[in-house]
Design a protein around this ligand. Structure first.
Ligand code: HEM
Ligand SMILES: *[C@@H]1O[C@H](CO)[C@@H](O)[C@H](O)[C@H]1NC(C)=O
Ligand SMILES: *[C@@H]1O[C@H](CO)[C@@H](O)[C@H](O)[C@H]1NC(C)=O
Ligand SMILES: *[C@@H]1O[C@H](CO)[C@@H](O)[C@H](O)[C@H]1NC(C)=O
Ligand SMILES: *[C@@H]1O[C@H](CO)[C@@H](O)[C@H](O)[C@H]1NC(C)=O
Ligand SMILES: *[C@@H]1O[C@H](CO)[C@@H](O)[C@H](O)[C@H]1NC(C)=O
Ligand SMILES: CC(=O)N[C@H]1CO[C@H](CO)[C@@H](O)[C@@H]1O
Length: 327
């Protein structure tokens, strides 16, 4: 109850703050105020109930919004099932490890009960991602809404998602191609403060790193102690085991990801890569173990930027009835 009151208070506060800025945007905070006034409260209540039971779903729900936005814009395309003639994004390689589709279906069903045909699945993803962060003790930010749902989902387009082997050049250019800055990159990478990774996503750093068919051939940039620990957990070709990405606080949204990366304990090349550019390196170092306030503010801003990527508005697309299929 206390959280709910706080939530309503924050929403009200945010409306007040944003009313002052007259920026023309296609999305707007409080888009459903008239058409479905309880939409955001319904989402928060459902996500709270689900995460009370299964806290480990917070991380994949945040990640799902990222995977949606980077492929065809934030249009709910990540949620569509494959059909007879088409393999959807969901069934492409990077999505093997996405979880939480059932949560989205459940939240959407509640919204359809309250206001049929009003709230898009793309907006559900954006709101659920925010609430998953709030419920992991992270920041609240006002989520601009008004996205519409796309009609297309193609497995081969998941190539637009950066792989964990990415170097800094690739990361900057892949974020740049979505209109996101170097700062957005380092800030949004901070999402890896919660959740898990399968050994498959970083095993190349632990064994046979340069392809010498030598199991002692490891990534020299990874912290030695951490490397040894990972090697005891992840065996070569292990595609089942997973590790906490931010050991010790993988369910708490905080700045400890930057502390880990600064000690060369980021699990992916893409985490390590943040130490290879002056701007991202400076951000990592200055936020390692620092107070959360600035990171929290930055994270909300960068999530709003990411949530704007390639959105459909007005009469484009549709409002899906079920998130896994077009109407
Ligand atoms: C910078 C480029 C990024 C790369 C290369 C990357 C890559 C990955 C990989 C490989 C995993 C592990 C998947 C697995 O093995 O189970 C992962 C997990 C995760 N990623 Fe990222 N990611 C990136 C950016 C982001 C962004 C922008 C967000 C959200 C804003 C995000 C949120 C997450 C979360 C929360 C998890 C944990 C998922 C879970 O617990 O199931 N990532 N990421
Ligand atoms: C849609 O796909 C999900 C898995 O991604 C599956 O669990 C669900 O049964 C599918 N729904 C329909 C109606 O095909
Ligand atoms: C992706 O797949 C679609 C449908 O199968 C196809 O029309 C399109 O050409 C493919 N795009 C690329 C870049 O391969
Ligand atoms: C970064 O990775 C890309 C793609 O794998 C590669 O073409 C490029 O040479 C790499 N850049 C550097 C500086 O290593
Ligand atoms: C090591 O990597 C090379 C090149 O990718 C590959 O040909 C070889 O089979 C790998 N060896 C082992 C033991 O994984
Ligand atoms: C793991 O690898 C085995 C053997 O290569 C394969 O049969 C199995 O389907 C894989 N499991 C997953 C979850 O990818
Ligand atoms: C949840 C989900 O739909 N995962 C799919 C991801 O893609 C693989 C194929 O690469 C499917 O087997 C999974 O079912």
């Amino acid at each position: 109850m206390a959280t709910k009151t706080l939530f309503v208070f924050l929403i009200t506060l945010t409306f007040g703050l944003l009313a002052g800025s007259a920026e023309a945007q296609s999305l707007s905070v409080g888009f459903y105020t008239k058409t479905c006034p309880s939409a955001e409260a319904i989402v928060f209540e459902e996500v709270s109930k689900i995460l009370d039971l299964v806290p480990s779903l917070a991380a994949p729900l945040l990640r799902m919004h990222f995977h949606d936005c980077f492929v065809r814009g934030c249009d709910g395309s990540v949620l569509l099932n494959s059909t007879n003639g088409n393999v959807a994004e969901k069934d492409a390689r990077p999505n093997l490890s996405l979880r939480g589709y059932g949560v989205i279906d459940r939240v959407k069903a509640k919204l359809e009960e309250a206001c049929p045909g009003i709230v898009s699945c793309a907006d559900v993803l954006a709101l659920v991602a925010r609430d998953a962060v709030v419920l992991s003790k992270g920041p609240f930010w006002p989520v601009p809404t008004g996205r519409r749902d796309g009609l297309v989902s193609l497995a081969n387009e998941t190539r637009q998602l950066p792989p964990p082997t990415s170097n800094i050049t690739t990361l900057i250019s892949m974020f740049g191609s979505k209109g996101l800055s170097v700062k957005d990159l380092v800030v949004l990478s901070g999402a890896h403060t919660i959740g898990i990774s399968h050994c498959t996503s970083f095993n190349d750093r632990l064994y046979n790193f340069t392809g010498k068919a030598n199991l002692a051939d490891v990534d020299p940039t990874l912290d030695k102690e951490y490397l040894a620990k990972l090697r005891t957990i992840c065996k070569p070709n292990d595609n089942i085991t997973f590790v906490e990405m931010d050991p010790g606080s993988f369910r708490t949204f905080d700045t400890s990801y930057y502390k880990e990366v600064s000690k060369r304990r980021g699990v992916f090349h893409s985490d390590e890569a943040l130490l290879k550019h002056p701007l991202t390196k400076a951000y990592v170092l200055s936020h390692a173990g620092a107070s959360e306030a600035e990171f929290f503010q930055d994270f909300g801003n960068s999530m709003i930027n990411m949530g704007n990527v390639g959105v459909l508005t007005g009469s484009a697309g549709e409002i899906r009835k079920k998130c896994y299929a077009i109407n």
